[in-house]
Each structure stands twice: as C-alpha cells, then as structure tokens.
Design a protein around this ligand. Sequence first.
Ligand code: PMP
Length: 397
Amino acid sequence: LFESVELAPRDPILGLNEQYNADTRPNKVNLGVGVYSDDEGRIPLLDCVRQAEEARVAAHAARGYLPIDGIPGYNSGAQKLLLGENSPLVGSGRVLTAQSLGGTGALKIGADFLRRLLPGSKVVISDPSWANHRALFAEAGFTVETYPYYDAATHGFNFEGMLAALRALPEKTIVVLHACCHNPTGVDPSAEQWAQIADTVRDRNLVPFLDIAYQGFGDGLEEDASVVRLFAQRDLTMLISSSFSKSFSLYGERVGALTMVCSSKEESARVLSQLKVVIRTNYSNPPTHGGMVVSSVLNTPELFALWKQELAGMRDRIRSMRTQLVDKLKEHGVSQDFSFVKSQRGMFSYSGLTADQVERLREEHGIYAVGSGRICVAALNSGNIDYVAKAVASVIG
Ligand code: PMP
C-alpha cells in the first residue's frame, strides 16, 4: 500500500529546532522558532490563564462535546477583540465566528470553505510570508502567487509594488493580508497605506482574508485591530483568522477563531451553516480546555484587565530587546545601521543577515536563526543579548 509514498521535506523551522535541541553548547540561543519567552528564557504561563484554569479545575466540569462552531462566549469575545466592544456591525448579526484549532485551523477551514465557493479564484500572499500560508492554501487546492511586500534595499515596505500588483489582479482573487506584526519581516504598512490597500481591495472586488496572529504585540489590543476595522468601515465582506497562541501563551492548546463578515444577517446564517459542514467533516467540533480558558479571560472583567496588563508586559519586553539589540550592535563596533529593527513590529525581525552569516552564527556561536535572516526578537533576553550582539558583530566583520 505505502510503497510509493515519498519522504516529504522537513519543515525548515521545526528542523532548525531539532538541530538546536541536539546542540550541546551551553550558551546556545534559539532565535528560529516563533515563540515568546520571558526574560528567563521560558514560555510564560500567564497569571490570567492560571487563574482561569484553576477555577475550571475546581469546578470539575463535565467534558461533553462543544457545538460545531465552538463556545458562544469565546466567539463573541473574539469578535469584540476584532471589531470593538460595541460594534454596530456585530450588533447587525452580519458577523459570524467559529472557534478553531489555532490560527492555522482558522485559515484551513476558511480555505476549504472558499475553495468550494470560488473554485476559479487564486490566492495571493505577501512576498515573503509565513511559510504555511502557501502550503495551506495550495493543499486546499488553490494556485498560490505572491504580491510584492518587503523591500530588502530599504528594510521597509514596497507600497507601490504591492498596490500595483493588487490593481492587476482579477476580481475575486483571495488576498491574504497580515493585519499586524508581519511574519516574517516585522514590517507593517502605515495607517495611510492600509487605507489605500483597503480601497484597492474594495475597488477591484478582491476577497480579503486578514490573518491576525499577533494582536496585542504591536501597539496594543485596540491599536492592532485597526486594520480589521478599516476594512469593516468600507463595508467589505471578508474573512479574518485570529490566533490566541501567542497572546495567551497557549500554543499547544490550539486556540484560534475564524470570523466572517457577511452582507446581511440572513446571509451570515447561510454562510455559517456551510462553514459548519466544513468543520463537521474535518474534526467535528473543537476541543474544550483552551477555549474555556480564553473565553473566561475574555468575559471576566478582572481577568481581562490582567490579560491586557500581561500582554503589555510581553510587548514592552520585545520592544526593549529591539532597542537593546540596536544599541549593543553599535557598542560592539558594528557601523551598519540597524535602527530599522526598532521600527519593526511584533515578534520577528528580518535582520538583513545573509544566509552565510546565519550559518556562521549557528556553526561558530550556537545561535540559530532562519536562513532568510529572520530572527525571533522575543527569544532575546538580558542573559543572552550581549552574547548575540557580539556574535552578530563578529559575523558581520
Ligand atoms: N498566521 C501567522 C502569520 C503566524 O505567524 C502563525 C503562527 N506562527 C499562524 C498564523 C498560526 O497560528 P497558530 O499557531 O495559532 O496556528
């Protein structure tokens, strides 16, 4: 039966992790994987999560099946994060949300749904993008192409290139957009640029699929949702995948949500019924634990306030690491200007390091980064930042 099965290529980032784990050097540093760690280098267990979990364990709740689309309070909480506390759009009944298996699961059920609806459409993603975007939409049956995004020469955003590409797309092309904290570059468009992008998406009759996996890691929970709201203000129908993996530090619990904004309440009921078919035939219904924890944090004012505080703590720590990295590179005699690292947003930075420099960092210093030069700034801490800055200075030469 399985004779003809070929070995699939290893996931490049997870493969890097395996290499890192096998490295016996005591001062090794993993800047490859997209996980936030605290100043002690550990994945934090947020206090709001601990409190919600303790309450849940104490309640000895039964573990029945959840509804196909998940926990109602979780879904309404996810909508409020995206569209605001008293959003008239939510009030109109035009918005639907289904709890999903992380942000990846949200993208996947969205992709499967769209593939049935728009079999003739292609998908475009940013160049570069999170690697799983291409793989996931291709596996769902779509042709996947890219639009210009990152400008290596300026370490910035290629606005003109992106707009021109969007303008040339056929109607109904699905455009995947990183709503904040672009992965892998850390480079986001400005508010004015986003307004023009949204206008173009509307005027060209494109289908926006916003991916928001780092809400709260840029400028704040509300601020980071501004792109979603900007699209909503233009009365666009759209899909939005949310991930709470990073913002709640609940990676393995698979907490995410797919939200769709429809043209009417009646349409939204039809769309939800079809989305439920996609979910039912894939995994039936989502798991309870992580969803219950997130739902109780989102719906309990004290826990919500605590979460906002803890999220701000993570965001501020990353920012401080960006500043320190730039300063320390200077201290170690690097003349190249790295100040762009400070204006990048979220967990990642396209550092501008070449593939050769990344390799030397790994071989000579036990510092693991992605070959593209992407580093996870959220993996830097007061214990390793000097070592990393010195090593980077030595490979830049
Ligand atoms: N979208 C982007 C842009 C991401 O970076 C990630 C996580 N690396 C995801 C989606 C998926 O998130 P999750 O881990 O919740 O599936």
